[in-house]
Design a protein around this ligand. Structure first.
Ligand SMILES: Cc1cc2nc3c(=O)[nH]c(=O)nc-3n(C[C@H](O)[C@H](O)[C@H](O)COP(=O)(O)OP(=O)(O)OC[C@H]3O[C@@H](n4cnc5c(N)ncnc54)[C@H](O)[C@@H]3O)c2cc1C
Length: 124
């Protein structure tokens, strides 16, 4: 990775990766520094994993209530390992998608914990 950029975005969540892609589209040499996985809270721990698990819960609830609709299934249960496995697959696919977007957009990605610092101009 080159050591000089016009724009360096700290954090590859939805705020960060979208800002980085836009900066690159506008012609800035851009990098994202992410300490975990790109996609941030939303893709890795928040919106996406919760919705994937909610879908499992919804299917279970619908299946249990299917008899009046003529849908009868015996021994409906929850396979927690499978639900978690599917959730992980969905998250991994979307994280790879964001990595692909950054690459296609010419945004460099560094996996590291970043620290920003600024020096005050001398007044005397
Ligand atoms: C359980 C849950 C469910 C949610 N569901 C929804 C939903 O359904 N719909 C919705 O719109 N929103 C939802 N949200 C909110 C959504 O996740 C956030 O609004 C969104 O992730 C904010 O994006 P962000 O880029 O600002 O921050 P984040 O997604 O938190 O990204 C910040 C990134 O910066 C990285 N980072 C931080 N400090 C450093 C550092 N010093 N160096 C390097 N990297 C660093 C972090 O690792 C992280 O990847 C949910 C949140 C949670 C917790």
């Amino acid at each position: 990775m080159a050591d000089s950029f016009d724009v360096v975005v700290i954090g590859g969540g939805p705020g960060g990766y979208v800002a980085a892609l836009r900066a690159a589209q506008l012609g800035a040499k851009t990098a994202v520094v992410e300490r975990d996985r790109v996609g941030g809270t939303c893709l890795v721990r928040g919106c996406i994993p919760t919705k994937a698990l909610l879908q499992s819960a919804e299917l279970y609830t619908l299946a249990k209530a299917g008899a009046p609709f003529g849908v009868v299934a015996d021994k409906i249960g929850v396979d927690w390992a499978a639900a978690l496995g599917r959730k992980t697959e969905v998250v991994d696919k979307l994280v790879k998608g964001v990595e692909g977007l950054l690459k296609a957009g010419g945004v460099a990605l560094a996996r590291s914990t970043s620290q920003a610092s600024a020096s005050r101009p001398r007044t005397s």
